[in-house]
Design a protein around this ligand. Structure first.
Ligand code: FE2
Ligand code: FE2
Length: 574
């Protein structure tokens, strides 16, 4: 035999066989081993819970790829598997103002897919483990394990987080982290609007690189530095269903494929004006929309309000959520301001460029579809029989904050023309006696025995009570504050106009001094509010006791204790 001869036919056969086997192994290695371990894709969010019923709950998560298959596993051994429905978010984009790791030189669509699966046949008051999976080709991408539960039965004591106005503000992640450290796991979250700043900017929901995006903060995956401390937020909505109200920051204005997202956000005009200016066919794109919010969340729905306003029973609570918010415009009165009180001088001959003042997105005035639906809801058995009756919306009813002025009513144009009928000035008035919240909404809630009216928007904590013991709470000093107009701190309003209060609550009720540990001013007087960019506040409703407790945490002293500073009891008003 001697040394193998490469020209030998038999040896060639062996050589080719070895090469073939080696290639096959290499192919298998590359296909299976490499993608799993070296190019692992990840989900864009953890899963979160939505729309619990008596025996089911929805699980929702997001990815930056469609996935070949997405499913939910749940049960003691994760033994039940349910396929997810996958949809693509239709309006999310980034632009050069986005805080993201990828560079966006221009307005660019972003590809984000949403997966939703329903856990069914759940036993009442039984928490079970779950995990979600999205497959990308052969990669199996799994979330960590969490637990889910269906709607708690009446009589189950629940802890509900009352929060709002997160908006990627500096203290939000610290706030949510302290909720979990102080309370432990809450059973539900009521969020009174302003979840992000610009709803069509995808990164504000998922991965803003400053570390404080909406989902990371509510899922314990934030990475937000405040002073020397990095806050992670809290693992909250993986375990507790989230019920939200629409704030002004959930509404996008006129749609454009070129304008910066911030410009589009502020470019909302009333539907009635859009009808005049544009064809009926594309009214939504030519006025305003809440599509991204509605595509992200699976909420209870009403007829005719859909997800925009709804009512739901959660344990002992009947929660009524309203769409009560208007566009925010500057209080400035210089000639170049498209503001709440006026149009810009340079726009006076161009109605398509007007801002139309602080117009209301969805009417709540008497006789409107939302008002009529609310009347029916308040007369329903589900509402009347509930132990706790709570109404949540975004715009304040009573507050020391700035955003309660001007009154919540349709802007009334006051137009000055010259002899040739050319417009010389266009200003807006908001008569306080026509405030729809005070004139129409609150009397309805008073009569129906509502116990708590909960709202946000001014970014402070304060509370009030009516003579018939209906309670009002604004607990929106979460991520930052826009101040309290108390003492010498006056609102920026047109002078000598009784419609626009400079100081205090324009709607009459006096703010209540916190019952346990109020903050004090420099003279040692107890303050009836918290409006701070250092001290963050959260509130918890305990349905076992009917007590709403509010807590504060001073972020200047990261090792300090969280302090319970106020509590009040929800009283039966039937
Ligand atoms: Fe806000
Ligand atoms: Fe707001």
């Amino acid at each position: 035999m001697g040394i193998p001869n490469f020209s030998d036919g038999r040896f060639n056969l062996v050589k080719y066989f070895i090469v073939l086997v080696f290639t096959a192994f290499l192919t298998i290695f590359l296909l299976y081993f490499v993608p799993l371990n070296f190019a692992m894709a990840s989900l864009l969010s953890d899963p979160f819970l939505q729309l619990p019923t008596s025996d089911s709950v929805r699980v929702v998560w997001f990815s930056e790829f469609e996935g070949t298959r997405s499913y939910l596993k749940y049960g003691k051994q994760l033994e039940t598997k349910v396929e997810a429905t996958t949809t693509k978010l239709s309006r999310v984009r980034e632009d050069p103002d986005s805080n993201v790791n990828d560079e966006y030189n221009q307005l660019t669509e972003r590809d984000i897919w949403r997966h939703e699966a329903i856990a069914t046949s759940l036993n009442p008051n039984q928490r079970i483990p779950y995990q979600v999976v999205t497959m990308k080709d052969r990669q199996v991408i799994s979330s960590p394990q969490f637990t889910l539960a269906s709607n708690p039965t009446p009589g189950t004591p629940l802890k509900i987080l009352l929060t709002s106005d997160h908006q990627l503000k500096p203290m939000t992640a610290a706030n949510l982290q302290k909720v979990v450290e102080t309370i432990g796991r809450v059973d539900g979250v009521f969020l009174a609007g302003d979840l992000v700043n610009i709803p069509d900017r995808a990164s504000e929901w998922f991965d803003d690189n400053r570390g404080g995006a909406f989902f990371p903060a509510l899922q314990g995956r934030a990475n937000y530095q405040l002073g020397d401390t990095i806050y992670r937020g809290g693992e909250i909505i993986q375990y507790a269903p989230l019920f939200t109200a629409l704030g002004n920051h959930e509404v996008m204005g006129r749609f454009s494929t070129t304008k910066p997202l911030k410009e589009q956000f502020y470019d909302a005009i009333p539907r009635s004006v859009a009808k005049e200016l544009y064809s009926e066919a594309d009214l939504k794109n030519n006025s305003f929309n809440t599509d991204t919010y509605e595509e992200i969340f699976t909420l209870p729905e009403s007829q005719p309000g859909g997800k925009q306003y709804y009512a739901v029973t959660f344990g002992d609570i009947r929660l009524v959520v309203l769409y009560v918010t208007n566009i925010w415009r500057s209080p400035g009165t210089k000639s170049n301001v498209k503001g709440r009180y006026q149009e810009r001088v340079k726009d006076l001959d161009a109605p398509e460029n007007w801002g139309y003042g602080q117009h209301i997105f969805e009417p709540i005035s008497q006789g409107s579809p939302q008002y009529d639906w609310l009347k029916e809801e308040l007369a329903s058995d589900a509402f009347k029989q509930a132990k706790y009756k709570i109404v949540m919306f975004h715009h304040p009813a009573h507050t020391l904050g700035g955003n309660i002025v001007p009154p919540y009513t349709d802007p009334q144009p006051v137009i000055e023309r010259n002899q040739d009928q050319v417009i010389q000035s266009l200003k807006y008035e908001y008569p306080i006696e026509q405030d729809y919240i005070i004139r129409d909404l609150i009397p309805l809630l008073e009569t129906a025995g509502v116990q708590l009216v909960y709202y946000g928007h001014s970014h402070l904590w304060n509370r009030f009570a009516s003579s018939s013991r209906m309670q009002f709470l604004e607990s929106s000093n979460v991520g930052n504050s826009y101040g309290a107009h108390w003492g010498d701190d006056k609102r920026r309003v047109p002078q000598n106009n009784p419609n626009y209060a400079e100081i205090g609550n324009p709607n009459g009720l006096d703010p209540i001094i916190p019952t346990i540990a109020p903050l004090q001013d420099q003279e040692g007087n107890n303050l009836p509010y918290i409006a701070s960019n250092d001290i963050t506040v959260f509130s918890i409703l305990d349905t076992g006791t009917g007590i709403v407790s509010s807590y504060r945490f001073d972020t200047r002293q990261p090792n300090s204790e969280v302090i319970k500073f106020d509590q009040f009891q929800l009283l039966s008003r039937n």
